[in-house]
Design a protein around this ligand. Structure first.
Ligand code: AMP
Ligand code: TRP
Length: 342
């Protein structure tokens, strides 16, 4: 590739309720750090992705507002960045269709998230759940975004986006779409369940004890950490010695990410001490970090009209970037574009 595209950050999160510490450490907190004054970063509440599985309409509406509040509480500034919900910008759906004609069935068949989410009865999954990654590619490419901060589990989808962009450019013989980079950084790109260190901490886990929710109060957080599964051994001398102890390693990773320290330094400062001493320190750290965020979320949610206004303004600004890119895409594909200027 010879053409260089200006740096532009895009990321999205599904409004499916119950944001967790995993969402915070793996995504939300890092988004705030990637905001860019020169070239607006875009943060999207991907409500169209959410309906790939059944969503109760009233709950979906409140989850969209809750996620918007969480974005802001975690440091996204809706003036500096563009914060909006996907369904208010039709370019996502339109480009999604065009890109679904570029992506190959064989590529989608390799997506592990579909296999996980569809479960055993794949025939009963929605068509949208299957083609989900082509809509995600459209989210990113509609803005010519170059950098996509995500947790580890989304790497495969960003790589697919690159493949789709490259095939589009190749088929039409034009360097039109950038090949976006996944940005996966930090000690906690994969926060694990507090009950099972081999499973990702997830908002959809049936056990609430497996996760810390961004809206949990201090008592709930402390109790969940106290009851988190560990093994009977004390903390070792070196982080590397935690390799076969996934639950212990997860708690150390969480501590390191919250304290902004290297996992090695965390292990060194607790070496030889039992988890009964480490856990209260972790609980205190988690509460002091999350309490102001929780409070801010509640404060913002008290004014739903204010949140809707932020989303509407964000969608206008997003559409102003996406529409010219979409017009150009239509032209490249060969569609006739002859409506009088709107
Ligand atoms: P999701 O909740 O699956 O829509 O994910 C939203 C964002 O949070 C994505 O960037 C995920 O990669 C990230 N994320 C979700 N769960 C975790 C986790 N347990 N650890 C790290 N990142 C996560
Ligand atoms: N698929 C992502 C997830 O499940 C959410 C998402 C949709 C996204 N569109 C995106 C993430 C674009 C980054 C960029 O977490």
């Amino acid at each position: 590739m010879s053409k260089t595209f200006p740096r532009r950050v895009f990321s999205g999160i599904q409004p499916s309720g119950n944001l967790t510490l995993g969402n915070y450490l793996g995504a939300l907190r890092r988004f705030g750090e990637m905001q860019d004054a020169e070239n607006e970063a875009l943060f999207c509440v991907v409500d169209m992705h959410a309906i790939t599985v059944w969503q109760d309409p009233a709950k979906l509406r409140s989850a969209i507002r809750e996620l918007t509040a969480a974005f802001i509480a975690c440091g996204i500034d809706p003036q500096r960045s563009i914060l909006f919900n996907q369904s208010q910008v039709p370019a996502h759906a339109e480009l999604g269709w065009i890109l679904s004609c570029i992506a190959r069935i064989g590529w989608l068949n390799r997506m592990t998230q579909f296999k996980d989410k569809a479960g055993k009865d794949r025939e009963a999954a929605s068509v949208g759940l299957y083609s989900y990654p082509t809509l995600m590619a459209a989210d990113i490419l509609a803005y010519h975004a170059t950098h996509v901060p995500v947790g580890d589990d989304q790497k495969q989808h960003v790589e697919l986006t690159r493949d789709i962009a490259a095939k589009f450019n190749h088929d039409y013989g034009i360097e039109f779409f950038p090949l976006p980079e996944p940005v996966i950084e930090g000690a906690a790109t994969r926060v694990m369940s507090l009950r099972d260190g081999t499973k990702k901490m997830s908002k959809s886990d049936p056990s609430d004890m497996s996760r810390i929710n961004l809206r949990d109060d201090a008592d709930a957080i402390a109790q969940k950490i106290r009851k988190a599964r560990t093994d009977p051994d004390p903390l070792p001398e070196r982080y590397a010695d935690l390799e076969s102890r996934p639950e212990a390693r997860n708690l150390v990773n969480i501590y390191a990410a919250l304290a902004d320290e290297e996992p090695d330094a965390v292990v060194a400062s607790f070496a030889g001490r039992p988890f009964s001493e480490f856990k209260p320190a972790l609980a205190e750290l988690a509460v002091s970090h999350l309490a102001p965020i929780t409070a801010r979320i509640e404060e913002l949610l008290a004014d739903p009209a204010g949140i809707d206004r932020i989303l509407g303004e964000g969608a206008d600004r997003a559409a102003a970037i996406a529409e010219p890119i979409l017009d150009r895409t239509r032209e490249i594909v060969g569609f006739v574009n002859s409506r009088p200027a709107r």
